[in-house]
Design a protein around this ligand. Structure first.
Ligand SMILES: C[S@@+](CC[C@H](N)C(=O)[O-])C[C@H]1O[C@@H](n2cnc3c(N)ncnc32)[C@H](O)[C@@H]1O
Length: 406
């Protein structure tokens, strides 16, 4: 039978467990990786004999199907009598220092949540985050390239400045809450300054265009997300346009999985495991990943108020679920783990794999997200004054809107 091992990063490795075999899990395979057996009638296995490691490779020329029969397996566990002191405190239930935060119930709580689970995190991960953000998305490039030359454009929540140099004919200025990310923009010779997207120190009506890419989903209440949209609209001159992207709850749209889900593959890029954790066969071991799948527990959104869509529940005192990377979302409000590679926040990351193939898990940070349901961003934009919606679309797991100030 083939068992899938999954790293918290999302990398999945299928391993063949032959009949009459004994598998001893120690070290990181025991504590850091989760494992499970996906229900199916056939397994894809190596055709040639003599694969000692059992890892199924992506070599399509050497794969064949093996029909599953009746499986009898025994699991032996060592019961610990003392507190756990394993070397994986970040994924160890008993060593977890703090419980996850609750849903915010006031503006003050929301702002504190964002401070700890958004701003502090970006500050810590800035260097590593920046090293993973180099490819501009085509529709955003298209929007920027279509603007008349000489346009003044604000990129609110500009991150490492990925979009600031796309069209040299524009005057682009970036702003972000993270000093470390703004420093990276400046090192790259871009104009950027530190500010909050709720209070951008730029005169009203002075921008020909604005972009806000993957920022508004970091605000923890519907009112704060609305205020961030109002701030973008305030910056625009009449006729000016804003392009807004937020992460979508729907990571599978029109029967197509987003890149985010599609990258849940083996390191060889061959097999894709079921993205719905509920459809997995029982896990032989409890999932050490987080202890909590992101369960359907959600705060009411603008969309709930206006359209009665999206799952809306009473959530007082409800803890924010921790998302399992590269799986579907089961809650609109959640914490998404970031596995830091490299030593310091501003340094370039070192190789993720240490000597002799050991894997240094590195610290894990959690970022707060509100993932938007279909229609939610559009509905929020419709309530803005003096703004019309030019376009609304889905792009690779994101809901996107282009606004125009009237
Ligand atoms: C997912 S990143 C996107 C960065 C960039 N727009 C891109 O597309 O690569 C989110 C960015 O929003 C910034 N951010 C989050 N909350 C913010 C706020 N309240 N004000 C300004 N920036 C914020 C973060 O510091 C981070 O740089």
């Amino acid at each position: 039978i083939v068992m899938d091992f999954k790293h918290p990063d999302g990398v999945t490795v299928p391993v063949m467990l032959p009949r009459r075999s004994l598998l001893v899990m120690t070290g990181e395979s025991r504590y850091l990786w989760t494992h499970g057996i996906t229900p199916r009638k056939f397994d894809t296995v190596q055709a040639s004999k003599g694969h000692k490691s059992g890892i199924i490779t992506g070599d399509v020329g050497d794969l064949t199907l093996s029909k599953r029969g009746i499986r009898t397996s025994f699991t032996f566990r060592k019961v610990r009598q003392t507190p756990c002191d394993c070397s994986y405190p970040l994924v160890c239930d008993s060593q977890m220092k703090e419980p996850p935060p609750s849903f915010p119930e006031s503006d003050k709580e929301a702002s504190q949540l964002e401070q700890k689970y958004v701003h502090q995190v970006y500050e810590e991960i800035a260097g590593h985050f920046s090293s993973t953000r180099h490819t501009p998305w085509p529709h955003i490039v298209e929007f920027l390239k279509a603007l008349p030359s000489g346009s003044l454009v604000a990129d609110v929540g500009c991150g490492n400045g990925k979009y600031l140099g796309i069209n040299k004919e524009l005057y682009m200025v970036g702003c972000d809450r993270s000093q470390n990310l703004v420093d990276i923009c400046r090192e790259r010779q871009f104009q950027a300054f530190v500010c909050d997207a709720l209070a951008v120190p730029v005169r009203s009506g002075s921008c020909d265009a604005c972009i806000s890419i993957a920022v508004i989903h970091h605000f923890a209440t519907a009112e704060r997300r609305m205020a961030a949209l109002e701030e973008l609209a305030r910056l625009l001159r009449p006729g000016g346009k804003a392009l807004i992207y937020v992460w979508a709850m729907e990571q599978e749209y029109k029967k197509k999985k987003s890149k985010y889900l599609r990258e849940n593959r083996t390191s060889q890029g061959r097999q894709e495991i079921n993205s719905d954790p509920s459809a997995q066969e029982q896990f032989v071991e409890p999932v050490p990943d987080t202890g909590h799948q992101d369960s359907a527990c959600s705060v009411p959104s603008i969309n709930d108020f206006q359209k009665g869509r999206c799952n809306s529940k009473e959530v007082a005192n409800c803890k924010l679920p921790i998302h399992t990377n590269r799986t579907s979302f089961h809650s609109q409000d959640l914490l998404v783990p970031w596995h830091l590679k490299g030593n310091a926040s501003k340094e370039k990351p070192t190789e993720p794999f240490g000597p002799a193939g050991t894997h240094d898990p590195g610290p894990v940070f959690h970022r707060y997200y509100h993932v938007f349901c279909e229609g939610e961003l559009e509905a929020a934009c419709q309530t803005l004054n003096n703004v019309s919606i030019l376009q609304s679309y889905y792009d690779q797991g994101n809901w996107c809107v282009i606004l125009q100030k009237v």
